[in-house]
Design a protein around this ligand. Structure first.
Ligand SMILES: NC(=O)c1ccc[n+]([C@@H]2O[C@H](COP(=O)([O-])OP(=O)(O)OC[C@H]3O[C@@H](n4cnc5c(N)ncnc54)[C@H](OP(=O)(O)O)[C@@H]3O)[C@@H](O)[C@H]2O)c1
Length: 280
């Protein structure tokens, strides 16, 4: 039996076992995918001990993603861009690491709003944390002309901009107080802050000047339709929710561990939506 897991500290709220369990079942694969709580102080040794442990790999969640990155022998370009890994697998005794948040976000965006790149306007990212890094990398690699980054703590946005020095000419840092005027110029707006999670806080984004072709994405997925997405939908804008990113980011790991590329199906989505609703 092939075994994989998700590690974090704590790990109770992870929905990864439900996603991978669905694929194992529907694809008829003899495999298992469990939750494993690993303390931060034990994490480096855990990752280094993966070859020969009986596990073929794991997903990694907070606060262990940076430790997983450090412990890996080889890292993909997104993991290097973000400085953190959420997917680990073993190949020829080596620990390989990827950050699949970039893939997850960009795949879901393209599936939901296929023409987003045709809108020849800047992309606005709200937030400058780990998820913002993964998403900024995705947009820059996709060849956008301009990326605006706005974060409550401006120095963190500036640091993110400096991190992508290769794209220096494309990145503009916007004061948090000016986020609504930046939104009015944007073709795509993405919330990567924690605002809106469980309906807490408000982005206070003024949609009145936002163009009708603008796509609005939120990576928060509890609730599924955040206030930001609700406001955007009521304004008639195309919206992209955070659940699709969560589902798509799981695909590359499953393929590495279990040897089959799974599909993100409406049935899988409905399963997770049901669980989110049950959890309230
Ligand atoms: N859908 C998915 O698959 C997926 C994947 C990854 C993450 N996420 C979600 O994305 C969110 C961000 O994750 P992360 O790992 O990037 O977190 P993080 O590194 O902790 O960054 C948090 C971000 O939120 C901002 N923020 C927090 N409270 C704020 C407030 N009251 N006002 C304004 N800004 C505020 C922070 O700004 P400061 O720098 O000023 O503190 C920072 O930019 C989380 O809700 C996470 O669950 C979803």
């Amino acid at each position: 039996m092939i075994k994989a897991c998700v590690v974090g500290w704590p790990i109770t709220h992870s929905r990864s076992p439900m996603i991978h369990g669905y694929w194992l079942k529907t694809l008829g694969i003899d495999g298992s995918y469990e939750k494993l709580a690993v303390k931060p102080e034990d994490a480096f040794a855990f990752f280094q001990g993966l070859p020969g442990s009986g596990l073929t790999g794991c997903n990694v969640t907070v606060p262990l993603k940076e430790i997983a990155f450090e412990a890996a022998d080889e890292k993909d370009s997104s993991a290097v861009a973000v400085g953190a890994a959420n997917t680990i697998w073993i190949e020829n005794g080596k620990i390989l690491a990827a950050n699949t948040d970039t893939y997850g976000f960009m795949t879901h965006l393209s599936a939901t709003a296929p023409n987003w790149l045709d809108v020849d306007k800047p992309v606005l990212i709200l937030g400058a944390g780990g998820a913002a890094r993964a998403i900024a990398f995705g947009f820059l690699e996709a060849g956008i002309e301009q990326l605006m980054i706005s974060n409550r703590t401006k120095s963190r946005a500036e640091k993110l901009g400096e991190h992508f020095s290769k794209y220096r000419n494309k990145i503009r840092i916007v004061d948090w107080d000016n986020r609504s005027s930046a939104a009015a110029k944007a073709g795509v707006i993405v919330n990567t802050t924690t605002i809106g999670m469980r309906n807490e806080g408000s982005l206070d984004l003024d949609f009145s000047q936002v163009d009708s072709t603008t796509v609005v994405a939120d990576i928060v997925y509890v609730p599924l339709e955040t206030q930001l997405l609700k406001d955007a939908r009521q304004r008639g804008l195309k919206t992209v929710d955070g659940l699709g990113m969560l589902l798509h980011q799981a695909v590359p790991g499953f393929e590495k561990w279990f040897g089959r590329r799974p599909d993100v199906t409406p049935e899988l989505r409905a399963l997770i939506v049901g669980d989110l609703e049950a959890a309230g």
